[in-house]
Design a protein around this ligand. Structure first.
Ligand code: DGY
Length: 319
């Protein structure tokens, strides 16, 4: 009997068409994202699930999916899945690392440059018709912060953190790095997290969100950052305490921030970062190029195909 696989969104890439030949495939066609109730209903008789990071796969959802054997998420982060509950039920969970490394590092670096050089603020200034003869140019007009020669601290030296380090060296930055595993990376000076925050003109966050890293960059740690530093986060919103970050930016303790990920997505209307001119905000677009998204989708499908064939997923996070 053909096994049932549920896919929570239409996907780019090629491999999804092959999957249709191998199983009884059911695909959510929208409109919009799959509502949580519909997910529970669909999972009642499925063996496999291909989901996105917007699908909350908690222990309740898993408890109501008695036949579920494997999950593949089209993301590298798997904080939307209760891994402990999945492992307890013997459900293999796959992800899509590697293919999004350079694209996400580009996004982090774009945020860093935009925050340093006030790109969003300057763009709004021009569009709003404020650029006039009387302020056409002046020595202090939209002056920002130099990147070249500055020190970048990378929190988390996984593949994306290392790719950001390579970009930073190309821009003539000194690079400090911290990772939980004290990983040594060429061209990156390994330091403690305290030293990194104290010495860095720019701090870019690249750890996974886990119970241990939730609000790792909190008010106390932000208070130890170098005065006038810039914080970039293209990893996960929950790692940085957004309220504490906004307060530090308002006080002028930090110069600016570039943020792609938020504790609540889409961003809550009352998020204090929304009202600050010196924050560049993007809507979780770290891996958003057509090419990378197609590769992520293909990898997510490869995980499902392997599991359907009784093989180990190429990228399994709970082997
Ligand atoms: C991921 O894959 O976890 C990224 O956040 C997507 O951009």
């Amino acid at each position: 009997m053909s096994r049932k696989i549920f896919v929570t969104h239409q996907l780019p890439g090629e491999r999804i068409h092959q999957l249709a030949e191998l199983c009884d495939l059911n695909l959510w066609m929208g409109p919009g994202l799959l509502p949580p109730d519909a997910l529970r209903e669909e999972l009642q008789d499925c063996q496999g699930l291909l989901c996105l990071l917007t699908d909350r796969i908690n222990s309740d959802v898993l408890a109501q999916a008695p036949h579920l054997e494997f999950i593949s998420s089209m993301s590298v982060g798997v904080d939307h899945i209760d891994l402990a509950a999945a492992s307890e039920r013997g459900i293999a969970v796959g992800n899509t690392p590697g293919v999004l490394v350079d694209t996400t590092a580009d996004t982090a670096f774009a945020l860093l440059l935009a925050a340093a050089r006030r790109v969003s603020e300057a763009d709004r200034f021009v569009r709003q018709g404020n650029w006039r003869q009387e302020n056409a140019w002046a020595p202090d007009f939209f002056t920002g912060k130099d990147v070249s020669g500055a020190t970048l601290g990378i929190v988390g030296l996984g593949a994306i953190g290392c790719a950001v380090a390579r970009r930073a060296r190309g821009f003539g930055m000194e690079v400090l790095g911290w990772s939980r595993s004290s990983r040594e990376v060429e061209g990156v000076k390994g330091v403690s997290l305290d030293e990194l925050l104290l010495r860095s003109d720019f701090v870019s966050v690249h750890t996974a969100l886990t119970p241990e890293t939730h609000h790792m960059i909190d008010a106390a740690r932000i208070a130890t950052m170098k005065p006038g530093a810039v914080l970039v986060n293209a990893a996960r919103g929950g790692i940085v305490d957004e309220v504490a970050l906004a307060a530090a930016l308002v006080r002028g303790d930090l110069y600016a921030a570039g943020i792609d990920v938020f504790e609540r997505e889409p961003i809550a209307d009352d998020n204090p970062l929304l009202h600050l001119p010196n924050v560049v905000l993007t809507p979780h677009i770290g891996s958003a190029t057509s090419h990378t998204r197609a590769r992520m989708a293909d990898l997510a499908v490869d995980n499902i195909i392997a599991a359907l064939q009784g093989e180990a997923m190429p990228n399994c996070v709970n082997p």
